[in-house]
Design a protein around this ligand. Structure first.
Ligand code: FAD
Length: 498
């Protein structure tokens, strides 16, 4: 006689996507085996290095304090002014930043489920706090936020995202997810159109399963795939996060019949401090992001400006600065400031990066190794294109200059002058597996590939040229949760001999 037991779901990757998928599948009644390529010290993937910022929809202060009240009891709704960030606004922003290319089904699902998923994470022990750095202001005892990036998880410094992972890992272990460290997924196994399990390690060991969720991240850690898809200059790029996202999960899914989605030739990449290496284990610090570019100008080693440093708030533009730097001679740049903004940059946007400081532009040029006449000409052109006036204002743009600086255009004329050396840091690749909003991997014919699911950075179709900060952690949790739940509810129980 044959009996049945709960379906076995294999989830590959113990980042935010994989942990969300594993927990959701387990809560839906499945037996869950979570495979992680790294050791326990590598848990968390990119989230462990992240700033912990989540972009989600809310109707107003009550939605926010219902999430933070346990951790910030003093922050009552009447002390907060937070105009709604609606689903429509979220979806419109994602679509606009992708140049209209993002898959509207995924966009709408992300916006629609974002608040509920933040609550789901909070219920599992993830602690959220108000982000007081992204345009928040205190006025008459009231904390005012512009709509959008309002909450981050609690924790210190740039790697506060580890605090998203810690409670989820503990929760997953508590509810009985079986975690196998140092066990990379090598391939997806199929027989007669059905998924039968996965091969792990060197491929000689198998783990039987009724469904697999690919949550192995992007391919940014793979030198050959970077060269093939992003271009030769990306071969030796500095990574901002996990070194273990090398694309095997994506490739296994494509071999199993999944289709590609999104742009494979683009990525999320920020300006970073070149003195810091790519991080090793998830407790290491990532290269510090030099997000202060909007307070000064960016120049290349020829002394020329090459990008609009401030087309909007930096949190909606920093992800393309690395790509702009990568296109410059020597794949390097310098962020230049004067004494109007140097202190703010040092306090908020430079970490331990050591600037070059000089009293004159020719002296600065000599010290950073750019042609003095070119730099002087560039800064004179910039200064004369800035509007007159002394205040720092977001609506001040340059006139008659290419490329323009659309906002925060203040002349650089108060010595000493300050330069930070910057290179591109690669955060994650944009191309991946095609999925539907419930996390089912789709084949080239648009139909689900039986038993195959995917989410997070392993998928394509949401982010293209640009990206709003906070949408990647949100994507990981929303679609990881969806993929795990769908896999568990669609997979038949496993038959076994009584
Ligand atoms: C420095 C930095 C700051 C960031 N800040 C933010 C932020 O503030 N807000 C935001 O929204 N986003 C941010 N992000 C992006 C965000 O962290 C990621 O998009 C998100 O965490 C991706 O999660 P993931 O689980 O899909 O992929 P990953 O985090 O890459 O996880 C994949 C996991 O799979 C494992 N793995 C790889 N291959 C295999 C295999 N073959 N078998 C088994 N396991 C495998 C990896 O070891 C890893 O643990 C940041 C990223 C970085 C690097």
């Amino acid at each position: 006689m044959r009996k049945t037991s709960a379906p076995t779901i294999v989830v590959a990757g113990a980042g935010l996507t994989g942990l969300s998928a594993a927990i959701a599948a387990r809560e839906a009644g499945a037996r869950v085996v979570l495979l992680e390529k790294g050791s326990r010290g590598d848990v968390g993937g990119n989230a462990a290095f992240s700033g912990g910022l989540f972009l989600f929809c809310y109707d107003g202060p009550d939605d926010l304090t219902s999430i933070t009240e346990d951790f910030e009891p003093g922050m009552k709704a009447d002390r907060i002014e937070a105009p709604p960030y609606t689903r429509e606004a979220y979806a419109a922003e994602l679509l606009a930043m992708s140049g209209g290319q993002a898959d509207s089904h995924l966009v709408n699902a992300l916006a629609e489920r974002s608040l509920d998923t933040v609550r789901w994470l909070a219920a599992k022990g993830v602690r959220f706090t108000f982000n007081r750095t992204l345009g928040a202001e205190v006025c008459d005892g009231v904390l005012r936020f512009p709509p959008g990036q309002v909450l981050t998880c609690t924790g210190e410094g740039m790697s506060r995202g580890f605090e998203v992972i810690r409670p989820l890992l503990a929760h997953a272990e508590r509810i009985g997810v079986e975690i196998r460290w140092s066990t990379p997924l090598a391939d997806v196994l199929r027989s007669e159109g059905q998924l039968t399990g996965v091969a792990v390690g060197d491929g000689s060991e198998t783990v039987p399963a009724g469904a697999v969720v690919i949550a192995t991240g992007g391919f940014q850690g793979n030198r050959e795939l970077r060269r093939e898809h992003l271009g030769p200059q990306w071969e030796t790029v500095r990574l901002r996060g996990t070194r273990l996202a090398t694309g095997e999960g994506i490739q296994a899914a494509l071999r199993a019949g999944a289709d590609k989605a999104g742009t494979w030739s683009s990525c999320h990449s920020a300006a970073v401090d070149p003195t810091m290496p790519s991080p090793g284990s998830s407790e290491a610090s990532p290269p510090f992001p030099l997000h202060g570019f909007w307070l000064g100008v960016l120049i290349n080693r020829d002394g020329e400006r090459f990008v609009d440093e401030s087309p909007g708030p930096w949190v909606k533009n920093y992800s393309k600065m690395g790509k702009a730097i990568m296109r410059q001679p020597g794949c390097e740049a310098f962020e230049i400031f004067d004494q109007r903004t140097a202190a703010q940059v040092a306090d908020e946007f430079a970490g331990a990066a050591v600037p070059t400081i000089a009293h004159t532009i020719p002296e600065l040029a000599k010290r950073i190794g750019v042609p003095a006449d070119r730099l002087a000409h560039t800064l004179e052109t910039y200064n004369s294109a800035c509007p007159s006036g002394n205040g720092i204002a977001d609506d001040h743009g340059t006139t008659g200059m290419t490329p323009p600086k659309s906002r925060w255009a203040l002349p650089l004329d108060r010595p000493p002058f300050v330069a930070y050396h910057a290179i591109a840091g690669l955060t994650f690749s944009f191309g991946g597996i095609r999925i539907d909003p419930n996390g089912r991997a789709l084949g080239v014919d648009g139909a689900p590939v039986t038993g195959l699911y995917a989410a997070g950075e392993a998928i394509g179709g949401l982010f293209y040229g640009d990206y709003p900060g906070g949408a990647a952690l949100m994507r990981a949790a929303v679609f990881g949760r969806a993929a795990g739940h769908t896999a568990a509810t669609e997979t038949k129980p496993t038959p076994h001999a009584a």
